[in-house]
Design a protein around this ligand. Structure first.
Ligand code: FES
Length: 182
C-alpha cells in the first residue's frame, strides 16, 4: 500500500512539474515573432540621380579642325550632315542629333534596330570587318544589303570622314510586339 501511494505521489509530481521540452526558453536573438531585419534604406544612403536626356547619345563634341563628317539619309531622303569626333559611333551620333535610329539594345549588338546601309562601297571596304555577333544580328535586319552595318558597331575614324549612310525604311525589333515601320 505504501509503495502504491509513493508511486501515486511520484506520478502527481511528474504531472505538476513542467517538462523541459515545453518549458518556455529564454528569448532567442531571432524568435518567430520578432520583426524582420530591416534592409538598409538605399534612398537615404545614396542619392538617386538621372542624366539629362541630351547626354544619352554619348558623343564628344569635335575639336575645331578635327571634325569628321558623316551624312545620314533619312527615310524621306533628307540628308543630315553632322560634324563628329573620331571614336563616336553612328548610333550615338544619330541619337544625339534626333535622327530616327532606335538602338533598342543600347548598342550592345543584340538587336538590329540601328541598321544602316553604307551608300558607297569603297567606303564600306575601309571599315573593319564586322564581328560574328554583328553578322548574326545583321541577318535579322530588315532590308539587308551587301553594305549593311549596325550603327552602334561603326566608330568614326579619319578613314571614314565623309561617310554616307542610309537609314532603312523599316527596322525589325524582335523585342517589340510588332515591327515598327520607322
Ligand atoms: S543598338 Fe542594338 S545592335 Fe546596335
Amino acid at each position: 500500500m505504501a509503495a502504491t501511494s509513493r508511486s501515486f505521489a511520484r506520478a502527481l509530481r511528474c504531472l505538476n512539474t513542467p517538462s523541459k521540452s515545453i518549458a518556455p526558453s529564454a528569448p532567442s536573438s531571432r524568435s518567430l515573432f520578432s520583426p524582420r531585419p530591416r534592409l538598409p534604406n538605399l534612398a537615404q544612403s545614396r542619392a538617386f540621380s538621372i542624366t539629362p536626356l541630351r547626354l544619352h547619345g554619348h558623343i564628344t563634341p569635335p575639336k575645331p579642325g578635327e571634325e569628321l563628317h558623316v551624312t545620314f539619309i533619312d527615310k524621306e531622303n533628307h540628308e543630315h550632315t553632322i560634324a563628329v569626333s573620331a571614336g563616336d559611333n553612328l548610333l550615338d551620333v544619330a541619337q544625339a542629333n534626333d535622327l530616327e535610329m532606335e538602338g533598342a539594345c543600347g548598342g550592345s549588338c543584340a538587336c538590329s534596330t540601328c541598321h544602316v546601309i553604307v551608300t558607297d562601297e569603297a567606303m564600306y571596304d575601309r571599315m573593319p570587318e564586322p564581328e560574328d555577333d554583328e553578322n548574326d544580328m545583321l541577318d535579322l535586319a530588315f532590308g539587308l544589303t551587301e553594305t549593311s552595318r549596325l550603327g552602334c558597331q561603326v566608330a568614326m575614324t579619319k578613314e571614314l570622314d565623309g561617310l554616307r549612310v542610309k537609314l532603312p525604311s523599316m527596322t525589325r525589333n524582335l523585342q517589340a510586339s510588332d515591327f515598327g515601320s520607322k
